[in-house]
Design a protein around this ligand. Structure first.
Ligand code: HGY
Ligand code: MN
Ligand code: MN
Ligand code: MN
Length: 418
């Protein structure tokens, strides 16, 4: 599709329609402070999907779902049988999430389907928009299950037994989702795409601080998720001498203090987070018998990330004594550079549309990190107010979101030639 058609497609993107629909979706699972709690494979997730499905059908797309409950919207191109272009992101949110993380990228794809219909343009290639299942991993760890299963990084069965806080198995929650959407055509898991470009909020402060419109994302740093279980012995808080205790909470505090020392990085490149912690029996007058906590490690260098991850085990085991520590790796995504040609296409689309831009890496992981294992991929960022995300205060303006969607439209169109 020549550049001017990419421009015409971009011009048909409606800022208002996109914004109004995002605000309508934000009412599903709304929490105080303009936030959203719409976690993967819940009734709220299904309610939001139904809304997107209705809008996609209005835009003339065919809708389908695959065995991982990834949700697909497709419009045909001029060249029958051409490998499709692919865009999308995730619809699931954090428990105290914002109105834009993930859902913006799916909405941007949907908005481009609407722009195709409104403009009467047809791309050479089919265009597919996908909502990947469980990117956040906040209900069922790990994240990016849908994109991992689609890209063949891990078989879907590998996730079956993971449980949420209520003890529900992922396999059962997935079966419930698929049963609720049994009216949708089922498509095989996996497939091909000529290129994948994902639009997402930056979730950091760079674009706003530098007053830039677009992040041309060069790659994504590595992530490792570990779950630590420290086992001692529950005991009476009043009668048990401290010298006789195997206090899992005290052991945990020693272990996290030791990990803070291990991961201290004055350059703030290595990121270490303990985001969730559970205590058993969890009573004020019982010594903790078991503590389970999560570790989230991020670094752009795979060797550093591997070394730190391995050092965690030894550090925790020693600090936890006389309690026993076990460590389970829940997720790892290697650092990666996006497809250079696609990064150029995104940059050129931003320039053609007169948007200010900067090349930048992503601190957050995204489905694109896994899809890139199977398809040339790239990402587009739009600014996050004060860099806030995974927080109800997350905000990006209607105009900023529309600018990102227009760059996405032009970048996808540039990749449509067969
Ligand atoms: O955790 C992440 O990096 C992503 O935002 N889910
Ligand atoms: Mn996200
Ligand atoms: Mn997120
Ligand atoms: Mn190409």
């Amino acid at each position: 599709m020549p550049v001017d058609q990419g421009l015409r497609l971009a011009e048909s993107v409606s800022e208002t329609r996109q914004w109004d629909r995002l605000m309508e979706l934000a009412r599903i699972g709304a929490i105080p402070g303009d936030g959203v709690n719409r976690q993967a494979l819940t009734a709220l997730d299904r309610q939001a999907r139904r809304l997107m499905i209705a809008w996609a059908e209005e835009a003339g797309a065919t809708v389908s779902v695959d065995d991982a409950a990834n949700l697909w919207f497709r419009v045909e191109g001029r060249i029958p049988g051409a490998t499709p272009l692919l865009t999308g992101s995730h619809m699931d949110s954090q428990p105290a999430g914002g109105r834009f993380d993930g859902i913006y990228g799916v909405m941007a794809g949907l908005e481009i389907l609407c722009a195709l219909k409104d403009s009467g343009l047809t791309l050479d290639r089919p265009l597919e928009v996908v909502a990947w299942t469980n990117e956040e991993g906040s209900r069922f760890a790990p994240g990016c299950m849908g994109s991992m299963a689609w890209a063949g990084t891990k078989p879907l069965a590998a996730f079956a037994e993971t449980r949420d806080a209520e003890g529900i198995r992922f396999a059962d929650a997935l079966a419930e989702q698929l049963a609720a959407e049994a009216d949708l055509p089922r498509r095989p898991l996996g497939g091909q795409a000529h290129a994948y470009i994902e639009a997402h909020i930056e979730q950091g402060p760079k674009l706003e601080t530098e007053a830039l419109d677009i992040g041309v994302v060069t790659g994504i740093q590595g992530s490792r998720w570990l779950t630590v279980t420290i086992t001692g012995a529950s005991a009476h808080a009043g009668t048990t001498p401290v010298s006789l205790r195997r206090d899992a909470m005290q052991a945990t505090m020693r272990a996290i203090a030791a990990l803070n020392t291990l991961t201290a990085d004055p350059t703030d490149v290595l990121r270490f987070t303990v985001g969730s912690l559970t205590v058993e029996p969890g009573s004020s007058n019982s010594v903790a018998g078991m503590v389970r906590f999560t570790i989230d490690l991020r670094h752009p260098d795979a060797v550093v990330l591997a070394a730190i991850g391995d050092a965690v085990a030894a550090t925790v085991a020693e600090a936890a004594l006389p309690c026993v520590a076990t460590i389970e790796e829940r997720f790892s995504a290697a650092p990666l550079d996006f497809d250079a040609d696609l990064v150029t296409a995104v940059r050129e689309a931003a320039e053609t549309l007169g948007q200010s831009w900067s090349l930048m890496p992503s601190g957050a992981f995204h489905d694109a990190q896994l899809v890139a294992g199977a398809v040339p991929s790239a990402m587009i960022f739009v600014p996050s107010r004060a860099g806030i995300s995974h927080n109800p205060a997350e905000f990006t303006s209607a105009a900023q979101l529309a600018a990102g969607t227009r760059v996405l439209a032009a970048a996808l169109a540039s990749q449509s030639r067969v």
